[in-house]
Write a new protein. Sequence first.
Length: 102
Amino acid sequence: MAAEMFAWTEIAQRVADLPKSVADATKAIGKNQGLYNGFLAAGLTWSLSWSARPALDRRLALFFIACVLIAGILELSRSTFSLLGFQALPALLALFALWKAA
């Protein structure tokens, strides 16, 4: 998460072999990707602490779905609509499914 959010330009150049101009132009995408991955890692870590409970904890599910939705909305606020469908739309569908399952 930290690497993607704060060192995207260097990582994109080294790992993906992107030119510096492309790495700089995609910096906002890297920050959003880092935020998204951080939310997912936090959810996974927290979920492991609940492993003794076999039932789904709706509060945990709602929290982490909301986190993914927030990351998608953050990208929308940057006027980049392409990631919204890949990130926020599935979160909205998951929220709807969780609501219908109640």
